[in-house]
Design a protein around this ligand. Structure first.
Ligand SMILES: Nc1ncnc2c1ncn2[C@@H]1O[C@H](COP(=O)(O)OP(=O)(O)OP(=O)(O)O)[C@@H](O)[C@H]1O
Length: 627
């Protein structure tokens, strides 16, 4: 697609300020309309008037006022910073009125930015600075790029900037994210980077504020449903639309006034309960609404809120009867931080189809937590969740623990006998952790239970039928154990329909964002405690052998030792860990890790670099080195 050719800028400016009518395509329409607004305000283009810088105290107050979203956005903004700093650009964050809260980036350009007052504490609203990316993005309520002489004020001609507003799930504009640099250096790629950053932060805000609501994801391309590009629509328990993002509203032809006005059925022709019963978490082509063919998928609420699951018995029965794979299209993994949506979706789908779920992954990746989440997000949430750690119970007792026993079955048995864990899980979920450590003899009994759904207690007596769903977890390579005859092949094939691998932390892309979430969950924000960029950088490169457990424990310790208002740096770490982290920082990344990240991000170098927590130039360098 060829770009529109505009008049040479100086000529267009001259004609505009001479009061001549410009040809329709003289300058981009958004710029021309902004010039007209500024002229309407009586603003002189060559004026020298400088707006006042806010005092430190007031600036601090404005940062505090915006503190919630700033803290959430920080790790993502750090990623943007790394993506542009090498090209000589700065990342600017402004509030909803155009006041610059933060500027970070290339030192040489920061000096130049200082000369034109593109610095914290300065007001860059359109009324004060004329046409500029920050103020004009706010005036338009979207994205804009303003290059060189497109700036209304002559003195800003040395800048080129691209900006996008950041909007919360209720439609309130929170602020603006901007990348600025020298006119000839700023390209389309920078605009795309800003857009991607804003989308990611908006997705995080959505998750933080409406993660406990059922959310419908929509996108014309089903492979994008798990990504920040997806449209999002959240519904409350009365199935009323309570939150959305700009993408979803645009595709459905709605605006922010739709919130609280529409119910799920008004938009999609059937109730959310029916939708859930028919499609579960499958991807379908939307039967209603929108101007484009849209694919949609339900993202169940993140925790056991009533909205997360079928509410009535009828709903639940409908779920049970519904084919598990109604009109299901494949869903691609998402590229950025956290567990891929795909993993949760697959697990839930297997679970609801009564297929045993096998979770594999290194110690501390969160297998236990994931199993509990699965129970809570599923139709079995009202049933019990019974966890048994096969490695923690002595061999001689595990059989009794699982199968129960009749009164007096063995020495030491309780007088009244025991129902056993399998029967306790009736109607709910049995979670067998460390299944790779289950004794061989017991494996045969477990297999029989899975086939016959009958439990016979130790010491004989009546068999009891059980209805349970099974989730197993192990950090051991089960397949290899089968080859070594340490695990029964028949049980392996019964359990291992589709093993789900929870990735180690070092492969999970944005360790910094995960660390921030864990910190927030531990109340760091209310104590004004944050992580310094250098510490985040070191965390991204560290191998985290203990995975989430190691990270979470470290953060808990650091928080316990910190004073309110502290910024945590490498100096706060225990010495040994600090040394390990710094050593890892100097190490080049594994080649296969580079290639995997690039493949996951469709060859997009910037996205892969962000996912790995390194700059683009480092990624290029390491690829060259790898040959
Ligand atoms: N989603 C999460 N949010 C916050 N913390 C988490 C999360 N997942 C794991 N953790 C942290 O990691 C710890 C270990 O998690 P979990 O027990 O689920 O891991 P695991 O893979 O089952 O480990 P193991 O194989 O050693 O049993 C948790 O106690 C918690 O501190």
């Amino acid at each position: 697609m060829s770009e529109t050719v505009y008049l040479p800028l100086q000529e267009a400016r001259r004609r505009f300020f001479d009061g001549q009518t410009l040809p329709a395509d003289a300058v981009p329409p958004a710029i021309l309309q902004s010039w007209q607004r500024c002229l309407g305000l009586g603003m002189p283009a060559a004026g020298r008037r400088q707006a006042e810088r806010l005092g430190e105290q007031t600036l601090r107050e404005r940062r505090e006022y915006n503190g919630d979203w700033l803290a959430l956005a920080r790790p993502t903004l750090d990623g943007l910073f790394e993506g542009v700093v090498d090209d000589g650009h700065v990342v600017i964050v402004a509030d909803a009125r155009g006041l610059i809260l933060d500027a970070s980036g290339n030192a040489a350009f920061l000096d130049r930015a200082e000369q034109v007052a593109l610095t914290p504490g300065m007001d860059w609203s359109e009324e004060v600075r004329g046409t500029n990316a920050i103020g004009t993005a706010l005036a338009l309520g979207g994205s804009v790029r303003v290059r060189g002489g497109e700036h209304y004020l002559e003195r800003n001609r040395s800048l080129s900037c691209t900006a996008r507003t950041l909007v919360d799930p209720l439609g309130q504009t929170l602020g603006v994210i901007d990348v600025s640099g020298l006119p000839r250096r700023l390209g389309d790629g920078h605009g795309q980077l800003v857009e991607a950053t804003v989308r990611l932060i908006e997705q995080q805000l959505f998750g933080q504020r409406f993660g406990r609501h059922d959310t419908l994801l929509v996108h014309p391309d089903p492979t994008q449903l798990g990504t920040p590009r997806a449209g999002r629509l959240a519904f409350d328990e009365a199935e009323r639309l309570v939150a959305a993002n700009r993408q979803a509203l645009g595709w459905l032809g709605l605006d922010w006034s739709a919130l609280q006005q529409h119910r799920f059925a008004d938009l999609f022709g059937e109730s959310l309960g029916h939708w859930r019963a028919r499609y579960g978490v499958g991807t379908i082509l939307l039967p209603h609404g929108g101007r484009l063919p849209l694919s949609a998928r339900l993202l169940p609420a993140a925790s056991a809120t009533p909205a997360a699951r079928p509410r009535s018995v009828a709903d639940r029965e409908a779920v049970a009867k519904a084919p598990a794979t109604a009109a299901v299209l494949p869903v691609q993994p998402q590229c950025e931080a956290g567990l891929p949506d795909e993993l949760s979706t697959r697990a839930l789908r297997l679970f609801e189809a009564d297929i045993p779920v096998l979770l594999q992954g290194e110690t501390g990746v969160g297998k236990d937590r994931f199993a509990r989440w699965l129970h809570q997000a599923s139709s079995r949430t009202r049933g019990p969740f019974v966890a048994v750690n096969c490695a923690a119970i002595p061999d001689g007792l595990i059989e009794a623990e699982l199968f129960g026993y009749e009164e007096g079955a063995f020495t030491g048995a309780r007088r009244q006998g025991s129902r056993g864990r399998l029967r306790e899980a009736h109607g709910g979920v049995l979670f067998l952790d460390e299944i790779g450590d289950m004794p061989l003899a017991l494996q045969a009994r477990l297999l029989r239970v899975l086939q016959d759904r009958l439990v016979t207690p130790l010491g004989g007596g009546t068999s009891h039928s059980v209805d349970l769903r099974l989730i197993c977890a192990t950090h051991r390579p089960l397949k290899r154990l089968v080859e070594q005859e340490a695990f029964r092949a028949d049980l392996y094939y019964r359990l291992c329909h589709y093993p789900l691998r929870l990735p180690p932390l070092r492969e999970r892309g944005d360790v910094a964002a995960i660390a921030q979430q864990l910190l927030d969950a531990r109340g760091a924000r209310s104590r004004d405690i944050s992580l310094a960029p250098a510490l985040l950088q070191a965390m991204r490169r560290y191998a985290w052998p203990g995975n989430l457990r190691e990270l979470d424990n470290l953060l808990a310790t650091l928080l316990a030792l910190a004073d309110d208002g502290n910024t945590l740096t490498l100096d706060h770490l225990p010495e040994e860990l600090r040394e390990d982290m710094l050593r890892d920082e100097a190490k080049p990344l594994d080649d296969s890790l580079l290639e995997q990240a690039l493949a996951r991000c469709g060859g997009n170098v910037s996205a892969a670099a962000r996912a790995l927590g390194i700059s683009r130039s480092t990624l290029y360098r390491q690829r060259r080195r790898a040959g």
